[in-house]
Write a protein that binds this ligand. Structure first.
Ligand SMILES: *Cc1c(COP(=O)(O)O)cnc(C)c1O
Length: 236
């Protein structure tokens, strides 16, 4: 059996196991396949095995891949959902607003306003998550947790966007307990924002190395690259 298909089966059974261990319904957890650095063939193979949502970090790479998938498999292409998960430069917002279904990496109001204004009127609002910097390091992406509530309320008011939740990329950590701590902080922030009246339903957290800890802390979408597609050619 092809490697990607077999890897996807393993990831699905790991999600089920992690959910059951946490007393959660595995159906609450969506799998985002992070296809950065892999080509259209890999996306098509995963899609043919039932994968629906794909995550990309680099705009030009993603647009080229969408074009190639569409050319090779137009029917499959029309069913796919594309998620932008990388840093966003303000001069790149228009193609993101035009070609993606979701953006996980919003960290500034200015970027959110541009995406809202540039979202084509014939498409549904762009689903977005606020990226939170939970480790508090100046070098890391994401809005500091203290500033997240004000930014979340501002984004929720933008007509071209639909604020779905929070995304976080904690520092790599060795043990399950160390991995869990930042995810717990993100979940508490998520619960606070919901208590403040925001209709959030997405906690985008967990990657290949820390998926089980993220699920134990309430992740509703895990972003998995390496465990599905293998080691990347570049590392970003
Ligand atoms: C690359 C990437 C992933 C996937 O990471 P893996 O460790 O390969 O599973 C998830 N989220 C973001 C934001 C990424 O950039």
């Amino acid at each position: 059996m092809a490697v990607i298909v077999r890897n996807m089966q393993v990831v699905h059974s790991d999600i089920v196991a992690a959910a059951r261990k946490a007393g959660r319904d595995p159906a609450e957890i969506r799998l985002l396949a992070v296809s950065k650095s892999f080509g259209a063939d890999a996306v098509i193979e995963a899609a043919q095995a039932g994968q629906h949502a794909f995550g990309e970090n680099y705009l030009q790479e993603a647009l080229d891949k969408m074009t190639a998938v569409r050319a090779a498999q137009p029917t499959i292409c029309s069913t796919l959902e594309w998620h932008f998960i990388g840093p966003i430069q303000s001069n790149k917002t228009r193609p993101i607003a035009e070609h993606f279904d979701w953006v996980h990496s919003i960290e500034r109001e200015k970027i959110a306003q541009r995406l809202s204004q540039q979202r084509p009127a014939d498409l549904p609002p762009l689903n977005v998550c606020l990226q939170v910097n939970i480790s508090g390091e100046a070098s890391k992406s994401g809005v500091p947790a203290e500033q997240a509530p004000a930014l979340a309320h501002a984004i929720a008011a933008l007509p071209g966007l639909r604020l779905r939740g929070l995304m976080a990329i904690p520092e790599p950590a060795a043990t399950f307990e160390q991995q869990s701590e930042p995810f717990r902080k993100v979940r508490l922030l998520f619960e606070r924002l919901r208590a403040e009246g925001l209709a959030l339903d997405c906690l985008s957290m967990g990657m290949s190395a820390d998926m089980a800890a993220a699920i134990a802390e309430g992740a509703t979408m895990v972003r998995i690259g390496t465990a599905i597609f293998g080691e990347r050619n570049y590392d970003k």
